[in-house]
Design a protein around this ligand. Structure first.
Ligand code: ZN
Length: 273
């Protein structure tokens, strides 16, 4: 599943091909993905200029003067920039044609989304998919103070509180395990029992983990231009994720695995207290 780093790298990959350009046409090859495509999308976007390519959580936000195109990659989606005459394949459901190029959404499992938020419908931040999202972990407002303040009434394990996404976005299953390892916090610890100093370490660890993943993904940016390439997961080496039974890279103890809310968590019982 594309996580925040993949979505951010996607944004950086497509933005130079979109920003400031005028939409030639929109092609819908399906009635929709997770939700129906807005059927008037071709009429809404034809001839309109793209002002910005942003991101909120895992949503790409393609800004126009009269509204915002919201794109989500779901479980299996990816975007590429291709020559406009590239023949569509089976799972290519949505094209945004920009002169000689097309931004094409391919999504075999169809859990992705393409939606329109009209400017007349109010503040984009209040969109039903965006308004409950936590803070962006790579922006200045994210720090240990904030994590501490927002977890005072949360007795669930910290791993699950991170995954919930309502306090901080983008810390998915892989990055939650990795960040908690870097911060030395046991994933089973009740969120409200963690103090401000440890939350300071955790905020720093989350920022470092995501930044490192985005940097890795930077080397895949050219794939957005490859007709036959499919940007996949970034090749990364993890401290604990998916390493159950192997030696901890720091202390040599065996990495353990447990289930929390149906998801696997990986941790070192010696390094994480
Ligand atoms: Zn260890």
């Amino acid at each position: 599943m594309p996580e925040l780093p993949e979505v951010e790298v996607t944004r950086r990959g497509v933005a130079p091909h979109l920003d400031g350009r005028q939409v030639t046409s929109v092609v819908l090859r399906h009635t929709g993905l997770r939700w129906p495509f807005p059927s008037d999308l071709p009429a809404l976007l034809r001839g309109r200029r793209i002002l910005s390519t942003g991101r909120r959580g895992k949503y790409l936000l393609i800004g126009f003067e009269h509204g915002t195109l919201i794109v989500h990659l779901g479980m299996s989606g990816h975007l590429r920039i291709l020559p406009a005459d590239t023949p569509a394949q089976k799972h290519d459901h949505f094209d945004l044609v920009i002169g000689p190029q097309v931004m094409r959404l391919t999504d075999p499992r169809r859990f992705g989304a393409v939606l329109w938020h009209d400017r007349e419908d109010g503040d984009l931040e209040e969109h039903i998919l965006l308004r409950s999202l936590g803070v962006e972990p790579l922006l200045d407002g994210f720090n240990g103070q904030l994590l501490y303040r927002l977890t005072r009434h949360r007795s669930a394990p910290i791993k699950q509180v991170l995954l919930a996404g309502d306090i901080v976005v983008g810390v998915g299953n892989i990055y939650a395990s990795e960040s908690l390892f870097r911060a030395g916090i046991n994933p089973k610890t009740a969120a409200h029992r963690i103090g401000p100093a440890r939350y300071g370490k955790l905020a720093e660890a989350i920022r470092e983990t995501l930044t490192a993943a985005i940097a890795k993904g930077g080397s895949t940016l050219r794939d957005f231009m490859a007709a036959d390439g499919q940007p996949g997961y970034f090749q990364q080496s993890y401290f604990v994720y998916d390493r159950a039974g192997e030696d901890c890279r720091t202390c040599g103890s065996l990495v353990r695995q447990l289930k929390q809310g149906q998801r696997s968590t990986f941790y070192c019982p010696n390094c994480q207290k």
